[in-house]
Structure formats: structure tokens, C-alpha cells
Ligand binder design. Sequence first.
Ligand code: SAM
Ligand code: SF4
Length: 320
Amino acid sequence: MHTLTDPIGRSFKVLRVSLLDRCNFACTYCVCEEEPQAAPHMSMPRQVILSSDELLDLISRLHQLLQLRTIRLTGGEPLLYPDLPQLIQGIRRLGISDIRMTTNGFLLAKKAAALREAGLRSINVSLDALSERAFLRVTKRAGLQQVLDGITAAQETGLEVKINTVIMAGENDQEILPLLDFAFRHGLKIRFLELMGMGHLFGDTHKQFFSRQAILDRISRIYTIEEQPKPCGDTATYWRTACGHHFGIIANESHPFCTDCNRLRLDGYGNIYGCISSNIPIPLREVRSPQGLANGVQAALQQKQMRFSGSKRSMLTIGG
Ligand code: SAM
Ligand code: SF4
């Protein structure tokens, strides 16, 4: 079967599905305090989220077109999605076994076993601080222990667990070394993220920006580290410490990885996007014919960029 490619020949095997644009946290880098749950499509009329059967049908048709390898479920907060285990089972039945999720972990302790049983393979938990005070400052929710319990429960079920930490200068940069130590002690792979200019931070990250180099400088005070070659399509670059631990940095602003991007994005309303920086949803929910679907995906591929530019759309609506 012919593989769809973008203007520079990239093919797309990873679909990130932002299940819903609601969240039980209000992280300062994601949600604007003045306008907490920003309208998902800004100038567009409010849409109704697809049912899980409709979403599965759309994923199935995209899989026929793209021969997807990986689905990453995200949001908003994907653990708020009501039919999550059924959706994961449905995706597995399509023949896609690499199913992953990115979550804030607040509801994970209760749900980890059912998700694992349904076929989830791996989970990224966002954890920006180990001190209750910094955790509350960033997420606006007093839920640190609940997230830590979620991480433990996920590990106990056999899920592969990684930690995502967004670093903001003056907010949680003091947490880098404690979090690194925590990850090493618990056998977790941690990735630090540079702050991205999305949503209310579009064009305005400079005050809180903490660069990849600044993160490395902080870690090098304690550890001897060596950079590892970055596998094609990976968002993170990894370093190895002298005692054999690994950590990663996702540096979309200072070291963009757009050129080997292999991802497409779908939201819970049935819109596809070629790029996290795109503000233009391409609606697929009413598209029935295979040719119409292929045209929609081709239009999304035209949105691909060579360098991350950010957008006024918050990650809450397009998924990180
Ligand atoms: N609610 C889930 C969570 O927080 O993991 C999934 C959705 S969240 C939008 C996905 C990822 O995007 C999280 O790891 C979050 O830290 C990251 N993120 C959100 N806004 C960001 C920003 N402005 N810069 C960098 N990362 C951001
Ligand atoms: Fe919610 Fe995730 Fe955004 Fe935080 S980063 S507000 S947990 S969607």
C-alpha cells in the first residue's frame, strides 16, 4: 500500500489523541489563570466530543490509511475520559499494540490495573515537584502524594513508567536534583522539558524559560554525564551518568526536533492536526470516504513545520 508522506518525505506512524480538553489540574504553563479552561477552538462554534465508538471508528480508518505503529492518549487529562479501558481494548483489537498515555497521575492509583489489563503498555506521568509547596504552586492542586501513589501503582502493574517535568526558572528549577534522585532510586526514566510557547505563553516564555543548557549545568554540579545519540523520531535527547543512570531533556525551544517528527494529532472532536504549532483544525468527523480521509490527512501534513514556532492554542486542547 502507498504510504502518505509530507512535503519532505516523512511518514507518520504515531498518532497522539487528545481525548478531551478538560483537566483536574491547572498547571501554570498550560492553563491561563484569567481564563482557566480556554475555549478549544477559539473562534469556532462549540463542538460535541465524539463518543468512544465514533473515535475508535475514526482511529480505525486512519490506521487503514497510515498503518499506525503507536497511539499516545493524552488530553487535557485522559484519566477523566469515561470509557478509557474500553477504548484501549478497541485500539488493541485494531492490531495496534503500542498504546501509551500521558497523564498528570492524579487518578492513576485507582485506574492503573484496569488500564494495564486493557492493553496499555507505557505511561508518562507529569511530575513537576517533590515538595508539596512547589507542586501546589505549579499545578494549583494539592495532590502530590496521590500522584506519587499513582506512579507506584503503575509500576506495580508492570507498566513502563516515565516522568515528565517542565522546568520554569524560579518556580521549580530547585526541584531538578531531588527529582533526578527520586527517578534514579525508583528506576524511572525522567525527562525534563523546556517551557514551550503555547497558549497564554505564546511569545512570552522568556521570563520563566530555563534552557536545556541550564538544566545540564545544574545536573553537572553533582553528576558526570555523557550525551547519548538521539534515536530518529524521539523527542528527548538522553544523557548517561557515570553510575549508569539515564535522564532525558525535551528541548523544543533551544534544540527543536521537528525535522524527524513522525507524529500526527487527533482531538476528541475528530479534528486532525499536522503540528503542535498549528491553530487550524482539519475536521474529519463527517468525512466518510477513504479519499476524503486521505485528503484531510494530506492537508494536515502540509501544516508540518521545520522548526517549532508555538501557538496560541494551549496544550490542554491539543495534547502534549
Ligand atoms: N494532563 C496530562 C499531563 O499533564 O501529563 C496530559 C496532557 S499535558 C498537555 C501533556 C504534557 O504537556 C505534560 O507533560 C505537560 O507538562 C506538557 N506541557 C503542557 N504545557 C506545556 C508548556 N507550555 N511547555 C512545556 N510542556 C507543557
Ligand atoms: Fe492539566 Fe496536563 Fe495541562 Fe497540567 S499540563 S493543566 S495536568 S492538561
